[in-house]
Design a binder for this molecule. Structure first.
Ligand code: GLN
Length: 489
């Protein structure tokens, strides 16, 4: 018998509905589990124990009164600390926002509350979502549950670590250049970046608006599909969110018998220089597995992928420099004890003390790329690369239903190993940023282990066609056991 905290979201809500499991008991077991793992992993910035137990009691009351429950009734979820929660501090893991308490909920949080989910805490991340390791957090790093010396990936490292540590069955992250897929790969969970525009970003604290989406984490593809069904959909408060009919991604997992005949494209740039051989071998084995299940595959070339990383960092830093201009410590945010000097001096001091080194680096580089005289050389050129990349992907998608490759070029590395070498760290995003620049949906699925460390397979799909990547992931998951493995904690 699995312990309560080990249940999937679908199973937990079913048991609560059928009165096989008291929600209060379930949530208590979740916090007991968190108490045990948190001393080692440090996935959370804020825990909401009392509030969660109160909500659990409310769910139990509804069950007793035989009232209709919602899709996620009683299911615990963790939220990346970049997503605003009314009355609960939202820090972006930054000193700048360490005491910031939003007066409103993000749209995704509203949707989760309406669906009956129980928010158990806010998770650790790289400061302002800038990073791939969760090491730049003001609160200290999160550790990889598979090996506590290793990074969990980032920037949504706390969310992915909490899911594989069995603290929660579900979590939310945000993905600007890979921040859902990278930690999903490093922690061996399922993580999905939706198509640009599928999920409202109202209440997501911006890093680079033209690139980012909020995305789900889960231990199974089904749970991931369930969470996506709940958070997706049009929102008047986010003008980039599209108005499409909503989908039930869980039933779409099953309703198609075409899955096995899908055409998979394997971009050979995804297996190029800099990609670890262990990673390549593991992902090729996964592709062969998909072939044995009836899919066909062929190699394809997407030449502009080699320019994607440079274009991404110029665009992301430019947008960041503009977005982060609002933090002056005057209206809100970190403020030095004494204001000394003129306005500009006070402003500069607040920002210097409030932001960490990586955030400051990006503000400076982004400001540079946007400045008169350099704008054409950097920012404008990066936008042109973006258009070419989009065209190359469109061409590939004429031939293939999905594109498959590794999520990360390297296995999880040691905490502290790359933090002083930003360029090497940026290179780790080489395979994830193309989906953000083009807007296509992409996910990472556990596909094997090397040296006891997880490897993730990335599946990229056509716009607003999340059901197809989820189906490929599901097909793979159903005939492998990687998703069943757990770290010893
Ligand atoms: N690692 C990438 C960056 O630092 C992506 C971060 C993200 O997706 N938020 O920009």
């Amino acid at each position: 018998m699995p312990k309560h905290y080990q249940l999937s979201a679908l199973e937990a809500t079913r048991q609560i509905r059928n009165q096989e499991l008291s929600c209060e008991e379930y949530i208590l077991s979740i916090f007991e589990r968190i108490n045990k793992t948190e001393v080692k992993v440090r996935a959370f910035v804020t825990l909401l124990r009392e509030q969660a137990i109160e909500k659990a009691k409310e769910v139990d009351n509804l069950v007793k009164k035989q009232e209709k429950l919602s899709l996620l009734s009683g299911v615990p979820i963790a939220i990346k600390d970049v997503i605003c929660t009314n009355g609960v501090r939202t820090t972006c893991s930054s000193r700048m926002l360490k005491d910031f308490v939003p007066p409103y909920d993000a749209t995704v949080v509203n949707k989760l509350n309406s669906a009956g989910a129980i928010i158990v805490g806010k998770t650790n991340m790289d400061e302002f979502a800038m990073g791939s390791t969760t090491e730049t957090s003001f609160f200290g790093p999160t550790r990889n549950p598979w090996n506590l010396d290793k990074v969990p990936g980032g920037s949504s490292g706390g969310s992915a670590a909490a899911v594989i540590a069995e603290d929660v069955p579900l979590a939310l992250g945000s993905d600007t250049g890979g921040s859902v897929r990278c930690p999903a790969s490093y922690c061996s969970v399922v993580g999905l970046k939706p198509t640009y525009g599928l999920v409202s970003r109202y209440g997501l604290i911006s890093y680079a608006n033209s690139l980012e989406q909020i995305g789900p984490f889960a231990r199974t593809v089904e749970d991931c599909a369930l969470l996506l069904s709940i958070i997706s959909g049009h929102d008047d408060r986010d003008s980039t969110s599209v108005n499409l009919p909503s989908k039930d991604y869980v039933s779409l997992l099953k309703s198609e018998d075409e899955t096995n005949r899908l055409r998979i494209g394997v971009p050979h740039e995804f297996f190029g220089e800099g990609v670890d051989n262990d990673v390549k071998d593991t992902v090729w084995e996964a592709i062969s597995k998909l072939e044995s299940l009836g899919c066909t595959y062929d190699e394809v070339s997407i030449p502009s992928v080699s320019y994607a990383l440079a274009a991404y960092y110029i665009i992301a830093m430019s947008e960041a420099s503009s977005n982060l201009a609002r933090y002056d410590g005057l209206r809100y945010g970190f403020r030095q004890e004494k204001d000394e000097g003129d306005w500009a001096t006070v402003y500069a001091k607040n920002r210097k003390e409030g932001f960490g080194a990586e955030v400051r680096r990006r503000i400076i580089l982004g400001t540079y790329a946007l400045s008169a005289g350099y704008y054409d050389q950097y920012y404008l050129k990066a936008l042109k690369v973006r258009t070419v990349l989009r065209r190359d992907f469109e061409r590939a998608f004429k031939e293939f239903d999905v594109l498959v490759g590794p999520t990360m070029p390297l296995l999880p590395f040691n905490i502290g190993e790359k933090i002083d070498d930003p360029l090497t760290l940026y290179m780790c995003d080489v395979l994830t940023v193309p989906a953000n620049l083009t807007g296509y949906p992409a996910m990472s699925v556990p596909c094997g282990f090397k040296n006891d460390l997880p490897v993730g397979m990335q599946i990229i799909g056509k716009s607003f066609n999340e059901e197809t990547i989820l189906r490929v992931a599901h097909l793979f998951e159903q005939s492998t056991d990687f998703h069943l493995r757990r770290p010893r904690l």
